[in-house]
Design a protein around this ligand. Structure first.
Ligand code: CP
Length: 293
């Protein structure tokens, strides 16, 4: 049984195969490859993009999807996560797509070996399908030539599962990753890291902005995010005359992470990332449920 707990569950061959399948699906919708499959989505944290993207991906491939809303489930009556999961698995789904606030939840449920676990974001540790769709978007933009391309990640990197999975995947695939953040948002890292965004913009091919993960801050880190934005917002002034593309996993804090003007410009691939997410998740579902099922 293969799970997708994090990007390190995938070999380079797996990653290239997922990218190739996603590219083929974007060119032409495939037949209903997962016609007789049933997936359950179990999201203990809010989501706009990931949950709907997985549902669209599954349905495009002909699978059925059942959503369990934990706020209206028996976890509210004290049932443990493991018992909730075991009860869902007794209904014989072909996989469970999980989002949870704790870092180890996907691993714990995967180790029960009841059904494939597909991690849709856990804690500040892992968001493998976001990393894969970001990689796909970068590969597509640079026509596959990404070796040594300079990716700068700016924002609340320390609390971001997108950054955590992304850094593991991007460095494995040959990107040259640098981090930019104020000290409270900078993780322990061996990567090149900077506090001043303006000093790295001339050495950047891809600028990936991340929001402040306010829900994961034990207490407020900055009182005034408009002050933070003066230093870290991707504005027209910072973009003009430069050649990099701008990415963000969403949700975007407008005019704090990226300005309205830049979001509306051709530099921004933010909605292309969302579009690509469906094809990449279709490829991930095929990989887990069909190729390795
Ligand atoms: N990028 C991302 O994980 O967005 P959602 O929280 O809306 O799923």
């Amino acid at each position: 049984m293969q799970h997708l707990v994090d990007v390190n569950c995938l070999s380079r061959d797996d990653i290239f195969k997922i990218m190739a399948d996603a590219r083929a699906f974007k060119k032409q919708m495939p037949p209903k490859l997962l016609d007789n499959k049933l997936l359950i989505t179990l999201f203990f944290e809010p989501s706009t993009r990931t949950r709907s993207s997985f549902e669209v991906a599954a349905k495009r491939l002909g699978a059925s999807v059942v959503h369990l809303d934990p706020t209206r489930s028996s976890t509210k009556k004290g049932e443990s996560l493991e018992d909730t999961f075991a009860n869902l698995c007794a209904m014989a789904p072909d996989g469970v797509i999980l989002r949870h606030s704790q870092n180890d939840t996907a691993r714990v449920l995967a180790d029960m070996e009841l059904t494939p676990i597909i991690n849709a974001g856990t804690g500040n540790l892992a968001h493998p399908t976001q990393a894969l769709l970001d990689l796909f978007t970068i590969l597509e933009h640079f026509d596959g030539n990404i070796e040594a391309k300079r990716l700068t990640i700016v924002g609340d990197i320390a609390n971001s599962r997108v950054a955590s999975s992304g850094i593991r995947l991007f460095t494995k695939m040959g990107l040259n990753v640098s981090l930019v953040a104020p000290k409270p948002f900078m993780p322990e890292t061996e990567l090149k890291n900077f506090e001043d965004l303006d000093n790295v913009l001339d050495n950047t091919d891809i600028l990936m902005s991340l929001r402040a993960q306010l829900e994961r801050h034990a207490k407020p880190i900055f009182d005034d995010y408009s002050e933070y934005a003066k230093h870290y917002c991707v504005t027209k002034d910072r973009v003009e005359g430069r050649d990099f593309i701008v990415m963000h996993p969403g949700p975007v804090m407008r005019n704090i992470d990226i300005s309205d003007e830049v979001l509306a410009s051709s530099k921004s691939l933010v909605l292309e990332q969302v579009k690509n997410g469906v094809f990449v998740r279709m490829a991930v579902l095929k990989h887990l449920l069909l190729d390795n099922g």
